[in-house]
Write a protein that binds this ligand. Structure first.
Ligand SMILES: Nc1nc2c(ncn2[C@@H]2O[C@H](COP(=O)(O)OP(=O)(O)OP(=O)(O)O)[C@@H](O)[C@H]2O)c(=O)[nH]1
Ligand SMILES: [Zn+2]
Length: 200
């Protein structure tokens, strides 16, 4: 399914979110009017607006700063903190993303912080880890016209920890490898070695 463009995503509806949270509190047998819960629907609505803000952002928006510095070698940012929300249970999954790319021959690169911002654009929305991984990789290929990209995400899903199978510590690792990172085995091996290097 193609990604919905942010202009096609309706504005966050605070009133509707508050009503839904009030209803959920009632459904679990709580009293939404008791003092401790009175402001909770509004708080939860604000929290969800923040946790889903990526729905209203685009990769193009965050990858605007590009420089041509003639650097043609691999650039890799490791251990980018990641908080996302599992679309099946609406509970967090959290871990790290490693994002590396080989710039276009023109040397078109982006600011390092933009790679972390890019991860957030796709993390701050209901997600599955596989889609998050491929969206980050594909947007770097497209927007930076990168020759190669590698994205590895390691995450723990709270839906597997705090409920359900209750297996704390199980980490899910997904990767998306594109372009020369895929075709050139030595380059891919170098990237994997950097991701797993002893400095961790
Ligand atoms: N592939 C994938 N699965 C995920 C992700 N996040 C959560 N899931 C899984 O989505 C599945 C949903 O399965 P269902 O059987 O429909 O839901 P459920 O009854 O709540 O499943 P349990 O978690 O096994 O109790 C579960 O196996 C979750 O572990 C993700 O990012 N990627
Ligand atoms: Zn889940």
């Amino acid at each position: 399914m193609p990604e919905r463009a942010p202009e096609d995503v309706p504005a966050f509806d605070h009133a509707r979110a508050e009503a839904a949270v009030r209803e959920l509190l009632a459904a679990i047998g709580e009293d939404p009017e008791r003092e401790g819960l009175r402001d909770t629907p509004a708080r939860v609505a604000r929290a969800y607006a923040e946790l889903t803000q990526g729905l209203r952002q685009t990769a193009h928006e965050v990858l605007t700063t590009t420089f041509d510095i003639g650097h043609e070698e691999m650039i890799l940012v490791r251990d980018i903190e990641l908080w996302s929300m599992c679309e099946h249970h609406l509970v967090p999954f959290t871990g790290v993303a490693h994002v590396g790319y080989i710039p276009a021959v023109t040397g078109k690169i982006t600011g390092l912080s933009k790679l972390a911002r890019l991860v957030d654009v796709y993390a701050k929305r209901p997600q599955v880890q596989e889609r998050l991984t491929t969206q980050v990789a594909d947007s770097l290929m497209e927007i930076l016209e990168a020759r190669g990209v590698i994205v590895v995400i390691e995450a723990e899903h709270l839906c597997m920890t705090m409920r359900g199978v209750k297996k704390a510590g199980a980490r899910t690792i997904t990767s998306a490898v594109r372009g020369t990172m895929l075709t050139n085995q030595a380059t891919r091996a170098e990237a994997m070695a950097l991701i797993h290097s002893a400095a961790r």
